[in-house]
Design a protein around this ligand. Structure first.
Ligand SMILES: NC(=O)c1ccc[n+]([C@@H]2O[C@H](COP(=O)([O-])OP(=O)(O)OC[C@H]3O[C@@H](n4cnc5c(N)ncnc54)[C@H](OP(=O)(O)O)[C@@H]3O)[C@@H](O)[C@H]2O)c1
Length: 351
């Protein structure tokens, strides 16, 4: 498995990383057996995946707990653990307690990459349970202190647009990575933040390589997509009912067309849709690691096969063309869950 440098941080991540959101089970992903998690994590390590990505918010801490069980007794220095603190918990005193709680759940003395899950701004705070908006300088000062103490090795952010990333860097914190949504149906980061990170020496960890199953080709039609996975701006508000927060018209026709075109390019080149989708994400210029949420060894091995050799540039071009109309329709916001006016990735421009 190829290892890639995470910007200029000195952190090295496997090109394919393991998304651990489903670990521990819960409302969003349903049941998840710990035995499958244990086997999948061991197999991933054997096959060269070293990066494991969790968050305190995933399944109310159960994802971290489950990952902690799976890595217990395994060589810690071969594993890169990434986890995230929710933005509403970043007031300096609270942040330290939350980091320590994550360490306990993960069963480890240190986190390799500790990220702020969403920008520290009122709308994102509201989504994570509300409360007063913490001070950004204090939050990053507290993170730098945790780093000095060795409780975290690198500071990262997630879902930070250019302005928020620069605000974080201006505090003096070295930001190793920005974790951002990146897949064939979610290409908005290509417009601004991905090149910006590349130029700034900040690694980019691309998440939802299969758009939570849509690019796994497991749904015959958009009507079959699971309810929680219908909340993005690809879907009309009616499809997700009260779970939908964006309130925009959606882009179902463009999404359907893009899926059909991706499937056709895959068939032409003898690849399944998840295979070609993972390969495409791995080829993104400036992408350090691509996260896929495999729930068992079979999915993991299929994704590893996809990572075994790179996609031909001519095929990448065909896929870019196949998804260009959707990319245009989705616009510049990479907050796929909210109305463009409520974009949490950049300072409010709301009327
Ligand atoms: N920073 C953030 O804000 C953020 C947000 C979202 C995700 N993430 C991270 O990114 C990771 C990946 O995203 P995700 O898990 O949400 O979505 P994803 O990786 O796009 O999709 C995961 C789902 O795809 C299916 N799958 C995986 N490999 C497959 C294969 N080879 N063939 C067929 N189906 C396959 C599985 O579905 P089944 O359920 O059918 O097994 C799996 O649960 C997360 O686990 C998390 O670590 C971060």
């Amino acid at each position: 498995m190829e290892q890639r440098q995470c910007g200029t941080s000195g952190l090295s991540l496997s090109a394919l990383g393991m998304g651990c959101w489903a670990f521990g089970g819960g409302d969003y992903w349903g049941e998840q057996s710990q035995a499958d998690v244990d086997r999948t994590v061991r197999r991933a390590l054997d096959l060269g995946i070293n990066y494991f990505d969790s968050a305190e918010a995933y399944n109310e801490g159960h994802s971290e707990e489950s990952l902690g069980k799976a890595i217990a007794g395994l060589p810690r220095d071969k594993i890169v653990v990434g986890t995230k603190i929710s933005p509403n918990n970043t007031a300096s005193d609270v942040l330290v307690e939350h980091c320590e709680a994550s360490l306990r759940r993960l069963g480890t003395d240190y986190v390799d990459l500790y990220m702020v899950h969403w920008p520290i701004e009122p709308h994102a705070i509201g989504h994570f349970g509300g409360g007063e908006c913490p001070n950004v300088e204090d939050a990053f000062a507290a993170l730098m202190k945790l780093r000095e103490q060795g409780k975290i090795c690198h500071i990262g952010v997630s879902n930070f647009g250019v302005e928020f990333l620069e605000q974080a860097r201006a505090t003096g914190a070295e930001i190793a990575a920005n974790e951002l949504p990146y897949n064939l149906l979610c290409r908005a980061i290509e417009r601004e933040i991905l090149p910006h990170c590349r130029n700034a020496g900040v690694g980019v960890i691309g998440y939802m390589a299969l758009l939570q199953g849509l690019l796994a080709d497991i749904y015959p039609t958009l009507d079959d997509v699971l309810l929680w996975q219908r909340r993005t701006r690809h879907f009309s508000p009616e499809r997700a009912g009260e779970l939908c927060r964006h309130g925009e018209a959606g882009a179902e026709a463009e999404t359907d067309e893009a899926l059909a075109a991706i499937r056709a390019v895959g068939a032409e080149h003898g690849m399944t849709m998840p295979e070609i989708a993972v390969k495409w994400a791995l080829a993104g210029e400036g992408i350090t690691s691509v996260l896929v949420g495999a729930r068992n060894e079979q999915e993991l091995e299929a994704n590893l096969r996809a990572a075994s050799d790179p996609l031909d540039p001519a095929v990448i071009e065909k896929l870019n063309t196949a998804t260009a109309a959707l990319m245009e329709k989705m616009g510049p916001s990479f907050d796929y869950y909210e109305h463009t006016d409520n974009d949490r990735t950049r300072p409010a421009r709301r009327p």
